[in-house]
Design a protein around this ligand. Structure first.
Ligand code: AMP
Length: 224
């Protein structure tokens, strides 16, 4: 870490690949913020802002919110003080257009991406995983009914509140999100591969193995 002036990472991968969980872990390890456009949008939905109401309709159908909206959010977020030492982007960029906007924003800040981590998981595994995903409506902690259930099977271990399923984790919406991923986000894999930034991680391994592989990849890039 000391090798970097700032550490700017993108987590790439299908919804449900575990990239959000990994991003949270990396955020603690490297002490840089975890910036998730999905979390930011859900916050807008919770607060019933104009943007949130507009976004909810799209999110509930598994579509993508407009590049303008999410890029404006990211521009504002990356400009904040706590992002000065770097950032872990999760769920952004999601289109080639967004990737170009991100290049511009980072260039403006005198920074560039150090690594793009692709956490890859086959579609069928995704459907299985997301169907069981639940989260706490209060603290946002994420559980899985089979792989990481709460102690009593129903309530958040931390808040004691009943866990909920995200509206967009219903099976037909998951299918739509996967279609969007393959069509609009997967082209980024090649784009970042060509730039020599891409690290591909097998996301179907257990969580600790995925983390170890990512940390290894980030550590290795410090030697170059
Ligand atoms: P996520 O939590 O990353 O799975 O995002 C949930 C939903 O928020 C997505 O299915 C999209 O509708 C929307 N969203 C999140 N990030 C973006 C983005 N970068 N561009 C467009 N839509 C996004």
């Amino acid at each position: 870490m000391s090798m970097y002036r700032s550490l700017n990472l993108v987590m790439l991968g299908p919804p449900g690949s575990g990239k959000g969980t990994q991003a949270k872990f990396l955020s603690e390890r490297y002490r840089i913020p975890h910036v998730s456009t999905g979390d930011m949008l859900r916050e807008e939905v919770r607060n019933r802002t104009t943007l949130g109401l507009k976004a909810k309709e799209i999110m509930d159908q598994g579509g993508l919110v407009s590049d303008e909206i999410v890029s404006a959010m990211i521009l504002k977020r990356l400009d904040q003080e706590d992002c000065a030492r770097g950032v872990i982007l999760d769920g952004y960029p999601r289109t080639v257009e967004q990737a170009h906007v991100l290049d511009g924003i980072l260039a403006e800040l005198g920074r560039a991406l150090e690594r793009v981590i692709l956490v890859d998981v086959p579609d069928e595994e995704i459907v299985r995983r997301l169907g069981g995903r639940r989260s706490c409506p209060k603290c946002g902690k994420v559980y899985h009914l089979i792989y990481s259930p709460p102690a009593d099977g129903v309530h958040c271990d931390v808040c004691g509140i009943e866990l909920v399923q995200r509206d967009d984790d219903k099976e037909e919406v998951i299918r739509q999100r996967l279609i969007q991923y393959h069509e609009k986000t997967q082209p980024l894999v090649e784009l970042y591969e060509q730039r020599g930034l891409l690290v591909e991680i097998d996301g179907s391994q257990d969580m600790e193995a995925v983390t170890a592989a990512i940390v290894d990849a980030i550590g290795a890039s410090a030697d170059q």
